[in-house]
Design a protein around this ligand. Structure first.
Ligand code: HEM
Length: 203
C-alpha cells in the first residue's frame, strides 16, 4: 500500500479537505442569496437550521471515524485531518446556534434562556456546544503541551459530544425517527470500535 508524502498531505490533501468541509457552507451561502439557482424554500430559517445541523453531525461522525480508519488502513496521515475537521464541527454548530439566536429567536434572551432550561433537546444541544468550545480552545499545540496527559482525557469529551448531539437530534424529531436512528447507529459503531481497541490494548 502506498502512502502520500508529508508534502502531499500538507499542500494537496489538507487544502482539498478544507474545501470539501467548506462545501456545505458555500452551498448554504449561495442558497441564502438565491444564487446559482439555489434557494432555501418557504421557511429559510428552519431549512438553514436543519441543513447546518445535519452537516455539523455528519462532520462530527467523520471526525470520530478518522481514528478507526487510520487503524484499519494503517494510513497514519489520516489523523492529520482530525483537528481541522473537529474545528469545522465547531464552526457549523456555531452557525446553527447563531441561526437559532438571531433569525429564529430574534435575540429574545428571556425566550432563549427559557428554551435552554425547559426544552431538553435545546439543553443537550447547548451542552454539546459548550463542550465543543472547550475542545476548540484547547485544540492548539500550545494547549496540548501545557495539558500533557490530561489533554487526551479532556479530548475524550468528543465522545460525550457525539452522544449529546445524537440525542439532541433524536429528541426533536416528532414522527419519523429513522434518520436519527441511523446516525445514532453509526455513532454506536464508532464508539464500540474504541472500546474494542481499548480492550485489545489492555489485554
Ligand atoms: C453539537 C451540537 C449540535 C448538533 C450536532 C446539532 C444537530 C442538529 C440536527 C442534526 C438537527 C436536526 C436537523 C433536521 O431535522 O434535519 C438539529 C435541529 C435543531 N437544533 Fe441542533 N445541534 C447542535 C446544537 C444545537 C444548539 C446549541 C442549539 C440551540 C441552542 C440547537 C438548536 C436546534 C434547533 C432549534 C433545531 C430545529 C428543531 C426543529 O426543527 O424543531 N442545536 N440540530
Amino acid at each position: 500500500m502506498s502512502f502520500p508524502t508529508t508534502r502531499q498531505v500538507r499542500w494537496l490533501i489538507k487544502p482539498a479537505w478544507f474545501l470539501a468541509c467548506l462545501t456545505p457552507f458555500t452551498w448554504l451561502t449561495l442558497a441564502v442569496f438565491e444564487l446559482a439557482g439555489l434557494s432555501l424554500g418557504a421557511d429559510p430559517i428552519e431549512e438553514t437550521q436543519h441543513f447546518i445541523g445535519i452537516w455539523a453531525l455528519r462532520l462530527l461522525l467523520i471526525t470520530l471515524a478518522l481514528t478507526p480508519i487510520r487503524l484499519l488502513t494503517a494510513q497514519a496521515w489520516v489523523i492529520q485531518l482530525r483537528r481541522m475537521t473537529g474545528l469545522f464541527v465547531l464552526f457549523y454548530v456555531s452557525v446553527h446556534f447563531l441561526n437559532y439566536l438571531v433569525p429564529d429567536q430574534g435575540l429574545d434572551w428571556g425566550a432563549i434562556v427559557e428554551d435552554i432550561v425547559e426544552r431538553p433537546f435545546i439543553t443537550l444541544g447547548t451542552a454539546a456546544l459548550t463542550c465543543l468550545i472547550m475542545l476548540g480552545i484547547t485544540s492548539t499545540n500550545g494547549w496540548r503541551r501545557r495539558l500533557g496527559r490530561r489533554w487526551q482525557k479532556l479530548h475524550r469529551l468528543v465522545y460525550v459530544v457525539g452522544i449529546l448531539a445524537c440525542t439532541h437530534f433524536w429528541w426533536q424529531v416528532k414522527l419519523d425517527t429513522l434518520e436519527p436512528t441511523v446516525y445514532a447507529g453509526i455513532l454506536a459503531v464508532l464508539l464500540g470500535s474504541r472500546i474494542v481497541s481499548y480492550k485489545r490494548s489492555k489485554g
